[in-house]
Design a protein around this ligand. Structure first.
Ligand code: HEM
Length: 544
């Protein structure tokens, strides 16, 4: 064998060379064909992905059969609130991701451009809301503005609320009614609570609720309503709406009402209904004690129920949705308890942030002293001049607001992904508000950022800020209570800050104030803020 090789080798050198050449060429050929094959498949894949992107659902974490992602959201070992978990998931899966919660598909978006798509560009596709059962029970089966689908009835009721009931002139006319309640609360605090620790949320809840009910139906002095009872019912209804309910996650189980939330919500709603029915009935009978009055200066005082009733009378043709008394009451619910808890919660957050930031507290007090003066109480007309206070409120909204919920009413797409009909779409406003690509030092409380004259001023209409700042949502379903919420919030907050110095209980410092939060329907402070007021105004009006 070896010989044969030795003998043949000199003779076959060319053959050997051509053989190697053949093998090399074949190998190169195979490699080239392989590359071509992979490249063409990749291109085809990319092309087909482009063509079918809107037919694939957004990415997202896998859940378990039946329960979906619920166990991971609830039992993550660290008790992380939902808005924060959504923000972590967005860092992993991108600004649009999906999770399954029980039988429902949730899609969460966390960027201004996607918020714009959901809230404005494709608002008809995302125009509905999938609200908890307890809210639907409370609102006569979903007849209020927040639950109704976008329809002609919804549209005409929204117009009545925006143009008449909660317009600035209407809120001017009921100022006297809310003022009485706020001054009464300040006096009570001077008499009973001063220098003793006070729960800020409890105080704010009471002030906001009393002022709202006074504006709506004349309040304690003028209606024969047990406001205390009405407030308790609203608080209980709110608590039921916030409670996680199996019936919401698995609608097929709703008829069993496993936690009894539906039954309790119906009881509370029934009792509240009796209150508002009697208020309205008295107005129909002409017995409502004080509907309108004239102040000494000739200005008219009128409550919001009266504005609604006058509208109903004017448009009493059968076509008006308010011709139905149930519809009328549902709309009244949007105004009375709607948003009360939210306003009080934001007041607690604002106080918390101010106590943690000496500079901001000093600035806001200095402004109040300059504009209002130590010899006066804060009045509605001062609010326009309180620019720093306005920035404090906006900064508080930025840091402590929540997720906006919509529902897809038809199959559609967002961010290049398919969103099926009935998917619950959540805009994580909180994530957008603390995104470091959009805000400098995003987690710092810096009201000055809203006073920077070199930037376009940020207001509450999302589209004016390119959807970077959307505390009240945007588009045609944006909050109808913006005017009322901001005016009342600023008035109560300014009054508390101007009338008292607020200190933490002995031994606690600003930096130690707990800021952990929890997600319910809104972002709440986990540990209630308790602080000690010391009166700083000495004129008799407050002590009368
Ligand atoms: C701090 C206070 C408040 C905040 C942060 C707030 C925020 C919001 C947000 C984010 C929405 C959803 C908007 C969207 O889907 O684009 C909303 C809707 C709504 N809000 Fe408010 N709100 C507040 C106070 C109020 C008050 C005081 C009222 C009543 C007077 C109110 C009545 C409503 C109603 C009726 C809707 C549903 C509108 C619709 O679907 O057509 N809100 N609110």
């Amino acid at each position: 064998m070896a010989d044969a090789f030795l003998i043949s080798s000199p003779v076959n050198r060319d053959d050997q060379f051509s053989g190697r050449w053949l093998i090399t060429s074949a190998t190169i050929g195979v490699i080239l064909v392989g590359i071509w094959y992979f490249v063409s498949r990749m291109v085809k894949g990319l092309k087909s992905r482009g063509a079918t992107a809107a037919s694939s659902l957004p990415p997202g974490p896998r859940g378990l059969p039946i329960v979906g992602y619920i166990p991971f959201l609830m039992y993550n070992g660290k008790n992380i609130p939902l808005h924060r978990q959504f923000t972590h998931l967005a860092a992993q899966y991108g600004p649009i991701f999906k999770i399954r919660v029980g039988s429902q598909l949730h899609v969460v978006v966390s960027s201004p451009s996607l918020a714009k798509q959901v809230l404005r560009d494709k608002e008809s596709a995302f125009s509905s809301r999938n609200l908890p059962l307890a809210i639907r029970i409370w609102t006569y089966g979903g007849l209020d503005l927040s639950c109704l689908p976008m329809s002609q009835d919804w549209n005409s009721m929204r117009k009545v609320v925006l143009r008449e009931v909660l317009s600035n002139p209407s809120l001017d006319r009921c100022y006297e009614l809310r003022r009485r309640e706020v001054v009464k609360a300040l006096r009570e605090l001077v008499r009973s609570g001063a220098r003793k620790p006070v729960g800020v949320l409890e105080l704010a809840n009471k002030m906001v609720a009393d002022a709202t009910m006074a504006m709506t139906w004349g309040g304690r002095d003028h209606g024969d309503v047990d406001n205390e009872e009405a407030r308790r019912l609203c608080e209980e209804a709110m608590a039921l709406m916030e409670k996680p309910n199996v019936s919401d996650v698995f609608p097929v189980l709703a008829r069993f009402d496993l936690q009894g939330i539906g039954r309790r919500a119906a009881e509370v709603a029934g009792r509240f209904d009796r209150i508002i029915t009697s208020v309205i009935q008295k107005r129909f009978d002409g017995k409502g004690s004080l509907i309108m009055e004239r102040k000494e200066d000739g200005r008219e005082v009128k409550d919001l129920l009266q504005v609604l009733l006058e509208n109903r009378e004017r448009s009493s043709d059968a076509g008006s949705p308010l011709a139905s008394i149930t519809q009328f009451k549902a709309l009244l619910l949007d105004i009375t308890p709607g948003g009360m808890g939210m306003v009080a919660t934001v007041i607690e957050w604002a106080m918390t942030e101010l106590l943690r930031c000496d500079k901001a507290m000093t600035n806001v007090k200095r402004e109040l002293d300059d504009v209002v003066g130590l010899e006066n109480l804060v009045e509605d007309h001062h609010l326009k001049e309180l620019k720093y206070l306005d920035a404090v409120v906006k900064e508080t909204f930025r840091l402590h607001l929540t997720v906006i919920q919509r529902e897809a009413v038809q199959p559609c797409s967002s961010g290049g992904y398919a969103i099926p009909k009935k998917a619950k779409v959540m805009v994580n406003a909180w994530a957008i508000h603390i995104d470091p690509r959009l805000w400098e030092e995003p987690t710092e409380f810096r009201p000055e950022r809203f006073l920077d004259s070199s930037r376009r001023p940020l207001d509450f209409v999302g589209s004016n800020s390119d959807f970077v700042y959307i505390p009240f949502g945007s588009g045609r379903r944006m909050c109808v209570g913006v005017n009322l919420a901001t005016r009342l919030l600023k008035y109560v907050l300014a009054s508390l800050l101007h009338s008292f110095d607020w200190k933490l209980p002995a031994g606690e410092g600003g930096s130690t104030v707990d800021v952990s939060d929890e997600f319910t329907l809104i972002i709440k402070k986990k540990k209630p803020l308790t602080i000690v007021p010391t009166p700083r105004l000495s004129f008799p009006d407050l002590h009368a």
